[in-house]
Ligand binder design. Structure first.
Ligand SMILES: NC(=O)c1ccc[n+]([C@@H]2O[C@H](COP(=O)([O-])OP(=O)(O)OC[C@H]3O[C@@H](n4cnc5c(N)ncnc54)[C@H](OP(=O)(O)O)[C@@H]3O)[C@@H](O)[C@H]2O)c1
Length: 449
């Protein structure tokens, strides 16, 4: 299988702002804002520096993504500033620093879908390079990286469309797979165990709750809730519907974890489950220190942990964004700090097609995944012995795609990735894909749309 290459920005030009146009520049990075405002005023633009856009200018240049703040704060304040600028229905430029892990192109691509009357672009620049911004305004550049010579580089990714005929084998001795005990990442972990073997450590928040001896086996949530209600009736226990639901989900999670561990053991690999919230910095440091003492240095890392909190950008709350960022972005940074990255030979980040194309209701998720992609590109440069793959998955027939979501995709004519096919594409690309093809969009519809 040879992935073909997908370029995101069809045209380099997205808008026109003639000299004389009114532009607001946010002060989140005062030095950069001052330099941009000065240079644009000299060219005849009517420039104001503001703490928050008024929504009444022709264009807004937002410097939040270049400020020295936490990833969560940079992305949340950029979203807030974009919302404030939205009323002008004009041009919104989100700036992000090339030296930081950032995902504001996930936001611009999503906002273009949610706000079709607004031109939203994300430019990656050197943090002090006002000249690149001025050049971008004059050219009306679309999303991309503006180089020091003023050239626009647009995002590109391979597209994996065909299931591979065979999965190459590899020798990476100790794998850490966040989210690997459940959902679609579990299927990928099992395929990896078949092909690569070694020690496979699966990490997730759920406990390995044992199945009660007085309940018949089932993997159906509704049936299990019914069984638990019946049992509480028989024992005279008062239990709320919320408690029943929580117990049922915990039991099913425990089952799923055991099934994944058994399937991995059946391949002859060694495996263990580590209860761990990837977003908890102290827990990650403690648990991975102990795990590496016991199993050896981590040499393969698959980051599959993720949650959704879908809502249109205008209604999105900071706590929702933080919830979505915690496993993906918090997990990324916490794990990078807890392992020795130089030991890594394989790195896979589970992103979403939403990061590459944008998706209504997923501004936070698209940003978090686009940030993973920026980290993947950066790690590929700094760790040449490692094969790095960022999978921008289309929707799978499993995991977070429940039956309601599956129906929604079906209605749009977007076929789902069969779980075994996705797992094989994952293992094939991670173990044998081209070293220079870092980002992949996987899913039939994305390749043809
Ligand atoms: N399914 C799809 O169609 C699709 C499409 C595009 C991208 N993806 C990406 O693929 C990955 C897996 O998705 P999925 O569909 O399998 O979702 P899922 O069924 O909801 O599984 C999510 C996994 O992440 C783990 N997780 C969540 N928060 C965590 C945290 N704070 N720390 C550690 N583990 C955590 C979960 O385990 P616990 O609940 O036990 O913590 C679970 O194993 C995600 O990153 C998702 O963004 C999936």
């Amino acid at each position: 299988m040879r992935p073909v290459v997908w370029r995101n920005a069809g045209s380099q030009t997205a808008f026109q702002l003639r000299p004389g146009a009114s532009i607001e520049v946010t002060n989140a990075n005062p030095d950069l804002a001052g330099a941009i405002a000065g240079a644009l005023s000299d060219l005849g633009y009517d420039v104001q520096r503001v703490s928050q856009p008024s929504g009444s200018a022709d264009g807004a240049i937002l410097t939040e993504g270049t400020a020295s703040r936490s990833h969560e704060d940079r992305h949340w304040t950029a979203l807030q500033a974009a919302k404030a600028a939205r009323r002008n229905s004009g041009v919104i430029i989100l700036l992000q620093g090339a030296e930081l892990f950032s995902g504001l192109e996930g936001l611009s691509r999503t906002l273009r879908k949610e706000w079709p009357d607004t031109q939203v672009c994300a430019w990656t620049i050197a943090a002090t390079a006002a000249a690149q911004v001025v050049h971008g305004i004059q050219q009306g550049y679309a999303d991309g990286i503006i180089t020091s010579s003023g050239e626009l580089l647009s995002a590109e990714a391979g597209v994996s469309i065909a299931p591979p005929s065979s999965v190459p084998t590899a020798k990476t001795s100790v794998w850490l797979i966040t989210g690997g005990a459940r959902g679609v990442t579990a299927a990928c972990a099992i395929e990896l165990a078949r092909a690569a073997g070694g020690t496979i450590l699966l990490a997730g928040r759920s406990a390995e709750t044992p199945w009660p001896t007085d309940l018949p086996p089932t993997d159906d949530l509704k049936t299990l809730r019914g069984l638990l209600v019946e049992r509480s009736r028989q024992t005279g226990q008062r239990v709320t519907p919320a408690e029943i639901d929580r117990t049922a989900r915990n039991l099913l999670a425990g089952n799923e974890i055991r099934e994944t561990l058994e399937a991995i053991r059946a391949t002859g690999s060694r495996t263990a489950y580590i209860p761990l919230d990837a977003g908890d910095i102290d827990a990650v440091a403690d648990v991975l220190r102990d795990a590496q003492q016991k199993f050896g240095a981590i040499t393969g890392w698959v980051h599959g942990a993720g949650v959704l909190a879908d809502k249109l950008a205008m209604d999105k709350t900071e706590s929702e964004l933080r919830r979505v960022f915690s496993p993906k972005v918090g997990g990324l940074m916490n794990i990078l700090a807890a392992i020795d990255p130089v030991q890594l030979r394989h790195i896979a980040f589970f992103s979403s097609a939403a990061a590459f194309f944008g998706n209504k209701g997923q501004a936070d998720y698209a940003m978090a995944n686009a940030l993973l992609a920026s980290a993947g590109r950066s790690l590929a440069q700094s760790l040449p012995p490692a094969r790095v793959k960022v999978f921008h998955w289309g929707p799978w027939a499993g995991g977070m795609v429940d039956s309601a979501l599956a129906g929604h995709f079906e209605a749009q004519g977007i076929p789902l990735i069969p779980v075994d096919e996705g797992a094989r594409i994952f293992a094939c690309e991670l173990l044998g894909g081209g070293q220079d093809q870092i980002e992949l969009v996987v899913g039939e519809a994305w390749a043809t749309s």
